[in-house]
Design a protein. Structure first.
Length: 464
């Protein structure tokens, strides 16, 4: 007799006990609650031939998106493929999608997980891995539409519906549909408050809209649902620190950084990215971060900066520049250049299009060559989504560009950039500070006085 998972999908196991553990592991993974790997391993102990158990692990390891996890990914893909003869079509499609990830073809992986989702709209595992793949590809539209494609097949009676709404909320947010994103996120949480991804989606809305106090309250009041025993908590802590940074509360930012964003020398690239990004934001503001760069740079030297994923390498470069490690910075740039020249695969495209110019710009910025940094960043910023990440994360490119323009004495560019930022987020105290600096650069320039008053007026209207 064929067994079916909790959403009615046929699975190739005869062990109900293994299947129960699988369903439990999927639910944990949907919320990034630990320890989904331990639970799926229990399923595989019950039935070592449980193919979806191996596909689950392959999907998790793939979306870590770092070279250090490649051996685990390969083991899981090969273990699943060894069971291919007894697997059903959906399970074989999972194997093919994970293999595409393993072989570095993220576009193909996204397409294959996407096809599973179209044929089996209640395959929430394929949906979640596809959603994460879209994130790494910077595919804003598909972050929304891959989820939208399945919505007619879900309702409150299907287990996991809240998580689907949470994914939809994030996709809507990445398409600047903030009202709809917040509505979807709040609906997700009304169904299931233990959904850190939905909480995160609404935190993004508040970040993009400059709703700083609401954002702090949003995350603080929901800590019980996202902060403990969660593989994603470091990133929601990062968002909380980002609100405090917007207010200029750098002591609080550093306290959150030490206690939560980087409480131990963990070496997962996903965590290192947030550590680098927060320290770089502080660095741009001239805040003394003590010896924190050293620890982060050590971890990047051990684990990445290897040309595997340009987004990671750009964040490694920040740490090397921040810590004054010229040799490591040169090696990271060389790794990106080598990746760019490989020609094939998603990593090569990302390195060529974004990784190399961003790394060169960061290196130039660190050496005080602000003109070169600004030239490179201005050119790359409109295509920077191609190396993945969220709008909030990639804002670091624009922040570095503004700072390079100001420090490099390029008043027209600096003033143009702060006008952009003010238009997008007029209530931002950080944007007001940048505006004051940019306008102050060219007091003798025709029209600068008017520009300053217009920009400050915009800020004041919203602030009031
Ligand atoms: Fe985020």
């Amino acid at each position: 007799m064929t067994l079916h998972d909790t959403r009615g999908l046929a699975v190739s196991t005869r062990s109900q006990s293994a299947l129960d553990r699988f369903d439990a592991a999927v639910e944990l993974l949907n919320g990034y609650y630990l320890d989904f790997i331990a639970v799926i391993d229990e399923a595989l102990e019950e039935d070592p031939g449980f193919v979806m158990g191996h596909c689950f692990k392959a999907g998790v390891y793939a979306t870590c998106n770092e070279a250090a996890v490649q051996p685990d990914l390969r083991r899981s893909v090969e273990a699943a493929e060894a069971l291919s003869a007894g697997a059903n079509d959906r399970e074989r499609a999972h194997m093919a999608a994970a293999r595409a990830w393993m072989e570095g073809d993220l576009e193909r992986a996204a397409a294959l997980y996407g096809r599973i989702v179209q044929e089996h709209p209640r395959d929430i595992l394929a949906l979640q891995i596809g959603h994460q793949t879209d994130f790494f590809l910077g595919e804003s539209r598909m972050l929304r539409d891959r989820v939208a494609q399945v919505l007619p097949h879900w309702d409150e009676g299907v287990p996991g519906f809240g998580h689907v709404l949470g994914m939809h909320a994030f996709g809507l947010e990445q398409n600047n549909l903030y009202d709809r994103a917040e509505e979807a996120g709040r609906r997700a949480l009304a169904l299931n408050q233990r959904d850190p991804w939905a909480i995160h989606a609404v935190a993004h809305v508040m970040e993009m809209q400059g709703r700083v106090s609401e954002g702090v309250e949003w995350l603080e009041s929901r800590k019980a649902q996202w902060a403990d025993n969660n593989a994603f908590s470091f990133h929601n802590w990062w968002h909380l620190a980002l609100y405090h940074l917007e207010r200029g509360e750098t002591d609080r930012v550093l306290a959150l950084y030490d206690a939560q964003v980087r409480p131990n020398p963990a070496s997962m690239a996903l965590e290192l990215v947030d550590a680098s990004a927060m320290l770089w934001r502080l660095h741009l503001r001239g805040v003394d971060v003590g010896d924190r760069w050293r620890n982060v740079a050590d971890s990047w030297e051990r684990t990445a900066a290897d040309g595997y994923y340009a987004f990671n390498d750009a964040h490694a470069m920040m740490a090397f520049v921040g810590d004054g490690r010229d040799d490591a910075a040169e090696r990271a740039l060389a790794a990106q250049e080598a990746a760019a020249q490989r020609g094939r695969g998603t990593g090569a495209m990302m390195a060529r299009e974004v990784g190399v110019p961003v790394c060169r710009a960061l290196l130039a910025f660190g050496r005080g060559d602000y003109r070169t940094a600004a030239d490179l960043l201005y050119t790359v910023r409109t295509r920077a989504h191609r190396f993945g990440g969220s709008h909030a994360q990639r804002d670091l490119i624009d922040l570095t560009l503004v700072e390079a323009a100001i420090r490099g004495g390029n008043a027209p560019l600096a003033q143009a950039l702060v006008a952009e930022r003010t238009d997008l987020k007029p209530s931002s105290p950080a944007n007001r500070t940048l505006t004051a600096r940019a306008v102050g650069m060219a007091s003798g320039r025709t029209g600068a006085g008017r520009l300053g008053s217009v920009l400050f007026q915009d800020c004041a209207i919203v602030e009031g």
